[in-house]
Design a protein around this ligand. Sequence first.
Ligand code: FAD
Length: 517
Amino acid sequence: MKLGELRVEQVVIVGGGTAGWLTACTLAKNLVSTRPGAIRVCVIESPDIPTIGVGEGTWPTMRRTLENIGLDETEFIRECNATFKQGSQFIDWKQNADDAQPHTYYNLFSSIYNPADFNLAPYWVLGHAGRDVSYANAVSAQGVACDRGLAPKKITTRGYDAVQSYAYHLDAGKFAALLKRHAVDKLGVHFVPANVTQVNCDHDGFITDVDTEEQGKVSGQLFVDCTGFRSLLLGDTMRIPFNDVNDVLLTDTAMAAQIPYLSKDADIACVTKATAQAAGWIWDIGLQNRRGVGHVFSSAHISDDQAEQQLRAYCGDLSGELSVRKIKMRVGYREKFWHKNCVAIGLSAAFVEPLEASAIFLVEAAGNMLSDLFPRSRGAMAHTEKKFNKSFRFRWDKTIDFIKLHYYLSSRQEPFWRDNKQSETVPNSLLDKLDAWSRHPVSKYDFSDTNEPFPHESYQYILHGMGFEQSLQSSASTFAQVEQAKMSFANVAKATEHVCRDLPSHRSLIDKVCQYG
Ligand code: FAD
């Protein structure tokens, strides 16, 4: 038999963090459950090397992912201490917080109007929503609902449906454990608890098998590297170089901690809060039983001690109980994500700071693309490799642009923030867009690629939330649907009242789900 005809009978996933188990569930559901016996999925997870243990914010795509792999939402919420995430709130990003009232804005998951159908943004810029209405409140009911601590749905809303779109905040360790149980018990994934000590290749450079300390050789035809920052297969063995993007995204370290609520019935935040600091920002995520907080910062601008002090100051009275863990972040992506019969998913492939919680979303996207374009034989791999590499290079470049945008629009004056605006740190692809958007509204035509991770809606929330200056006055007459726009803004205001009357508090819905399902 020619090597090109070698059929893929076993997929070996090395690594059992969120990336490994989520990919295993997706492949098993999409490939194995429909054709039992045709393909086997196996996960090798080290009993000794811990997972990264962070990664608590997700995207709304997670609802479809969980539904697709057959996990019940109630079970997931109970098992993972999960809560509902309705977007992100950015605090103090525009300028230093020297006034009593910090600047805040939202990037939300829902808006009432689909901006691809009727773009309300230019009408908001031209003042037709009223002077004091923020962009988010002009187009969405969700910001006001979040201010009031409301859930995105009711106990009677079916399954993964929503009144307002949502994702989850979750406990990363519990999530990986739930996915593992589900993969093994329900989806027939084969689990090998072992340390991989060596990766073996044939004379064409394809991986044939891996040696493990505890269980001997494990062989396969397609290998998925989910070994986290170690990148044991794609990096260490295949020697695919790493593109460092620390010159664009300047943060490289995180200090993470968990803090308890002061009482059992404390309010749970509806969004990830991201509060800007002198050399980075602090995330604050509310789970059912605790908050997860962390300071993401640039080690070139402040020391570890300063970063920890700032995190403790943020936590106020609770800082005494804080046990802080330092995480060094390798920021960038591999030159290729797929090489021969090895594909990297998760931290082994790429990572940029978690400002928009994009990493797990990109794990979901990779698992879906791998199963959609699954190569049935070695000969079919070159085609998938090419498509996969092109797609993920694009997705990571766009993710980098979008995260950089948050920094670039700031007028904070500390050295870290000023350095973030130095032109050599800003991708031309972003500068070109900003140049165009200074005269034209952001529109669907700026984002025509199906692989675009951030739609124009997300850009609009950031640009208008940060007060990006657009000179549309000279072309105001081209935005002629003023009456329709005003009616739309009035409808959003009405919908906001309705939603706020109708929805329960976030805490009360979570408590109900946990008690009664
Ligand atoms: P890991 O969790 O590191 O898992 C690696 C696995 O490989 C482990 O099971 C380990 O045992 C195994 N392994 C390693 N070597 C071997 C070996 N030799 N043999 C066998 N097994 C081996 N993402 C988001 O989407 N949202 C967020 O809010 C978010 N916040 C983050 C905050 C920080 C500070 C950081 C650093 C990351 C954050 N991420 C976030 C990213 C997210 O944590 C990861 O993308 C996600 O957890 C996937 O990690 P992983 O599975 O690739 O790696």
